[in-house]
Design a protein around this ligand. Structure first.
Ligand code: FE
Length: 133
């Protein structure tokens, strides 16, 4: 399989829907409360819509009320990378897929204290869901 980091932007445009492309490849943000997985609480795994890497487990998902899927932590392993992001006049921590470098969302320090205090605020458009067998 091709290393996802070698996929050209033309190929990404063919592979992804326009909304997935905007979020994953242009660091876009879907409108709040519109995403497929915002109010989705089935058991299973959330994978990268770009390359299929497992990113989050349903056990870590919670209803933050913010309008996007929220998780207290990524899955064990190295599915996501975190980077300082100073765009839009804010200092935030961007979360990207470690395999294809696709933009997923941001992590904020206002998650549930009993679960570590982090809120991974992730665009539905960057995710696919695999139900537990
Ligand atoms: Fe990916």
């Amino acid at each position: 399989m091709t290393d996802p980091k070698d996929i050209s932007e033309t190929e990404w445009r063919e592979k992804l829907t326009p909304e997935q492309y905007h979020v994953l490849r242009e660091a876009g943000t879907e409108r709040a409360f519109t995403g497929e997985y915002d109010k989705h609480f089935d058991e299973g795994e959330y994978t990268c819509a770009g390359c299929g890497t497992v990113l989050f487990e349903s056990d870590a998902k919670y209803n933050s009320g913010c309008g996007w899927p929220a998780f207290t932590k990524p899955t064990d392993g190295d599915g996501v990378d975190e980077h300082r992001d100073t765009s839009h006049g804010m200092i935030r921590t961007e979360v990207t897929c470690s395999k294809c470098a696709g933009h997923l969302g941001h992590v904020f320090p206002d998650g549930p204290p009993e679960a570590g205090g982090l809120r991974y605020c992730i665009n539905s458009a960057s995710l696919d869901f695999k139900p537990k067998d």
